[in-house]
Ligand binder design. Structure first.
Ligand code: PDD
Length: 290
């Protein structure tokens, strides 16, 4: 059961027009919200980012406030009230009669929401770390908008996957910006560094939560660009994201990061993040995803 334009319908019956500007132009934004044991986390923050993206694209839709009720019904209808899951929400500029680059007038945005089971990643990934692959950043210049135009992200992620790595790290202007679907932190001299929230990266909700928790665990943080040529000097790298949580990166392009094992900063923030999100750590990998 999914939600589409005001109705709850069977996923196989859900139909979007071929004239939809999401389909024709990738003219829309999306959010992915994490659900632990049926409980949505950081929903307000995601809704706020959604509102901001819509406003940046001047898509006129004021229904974000109703999404919590829709999400609860989706979780219930799909038997996910006690599951680890994700909630996906997408809003596009809608389906005008004519295809034209110019914004249509009087067209209702298309609103789609779905919930799906999303077990946490295998415990070993969090415990032992994962590999990452460096890729040249070929995205547009407004990465702060969570646009549905994800082709460069998808291509980068696929390359990482085919190379046995968990994530692709976008490199631009000699800096490590973020992953294809996660933000990046580097640790040097015990200080956790992450790219500032410019238009070059997505202002991740998980990133913000982790930054807010750092002081509690005695970790100093700095929001500044991460020079790619300092890779050899970093004792740790880790990713943050809704589906990724706090994930240590222990290899980049096959070479070890630091001593090749997850470090104390990533481990401390991992524990703090899970505690803050109300996740019991012993559940990690209980029903692990592929
Ligand atoms: N990805 N950077 C990019 C490019 C992302 O796509 C994401 C999220 C993040 C992390 O943001 P957050 O902490 O708000 O999830 C950073 C989502 C989960 C996705 O596309 O699946």
């Amino acid at each position: 059961m999914v939600y589409l334009d005001g109705a709850f319908v069977d996923a196989s019956d859900a139909r979007v027009s071929v004239a939809d500007r999401g389909f024709l132009f990738a003219d829309g934004v999306y959010e992915v919200v994490r659900v632990y044991d049926g409980r949505m986390v950081f929903l307000e923050e995601h809704l706020e980012r959604l509102r901001r993206g819509l406003s940046e694209l001047t898509i006129d839709w004021d229904g974000a406030g109703g999404l919590e009720t829709i999400a609860r019904r989706l979780l219930a209808e799909n038997g996910l009230e006690r599951s680890d899951a994700t909630l996906y929400v997408q809003v596009t500029r809608g389906a005008p009669r004519r295809r034209s680059h110019t914004f249509p007038e009087g067209v209702r945005p298309t609103v789609y929401a779905a919930a799906q089971a999303y077990p946490r990643h295998a415990a070993e990934r969090y415990r032992d770390g994962v590999g990452a692959l460096l890729v040249d950043d070929q995205r547009w210049k407004r990465r702060d908008i969570k646009s549905i135009a994800l082709l460069p992200n998808v291509l980068a992620n696929q390359r990482a996957h085919e190379n046995g790595a968990f994530e692709a790290l976008f490199v631009e202007g000699g800096c490590l910006l973020e992953g294809s679907h996660s933000n990046l932190f580097a640790v040097e001299d015990g200080v956790a560094i992450t790219h500032p929230t410019t238009t070059e990266i997505l202002p991740g909700i998980t990133r913000a939560v982790v930054l807010g928790l750092a002081a509690d665990v005695g970790v100093e943080v700095r929001e500044e660009p991460i020079p790619a040529d300092r890779l050899g000097a970093f004792s740790e790298l880790f990713l943050t994201g809704t589906t990724t949580e706090v994930m240590p990166v222990t290899r980049v392009d096959g070479a070890p990061v630091g001593d090749g094992r997850p470090g104390p900063v990533a481990r401390a923030l991992q524990a703090a993040y899970l505690a803050h999100a109300g996740v019991r750590e012993e559940d990690a990998g209980r029903t692990s995803a592929a």
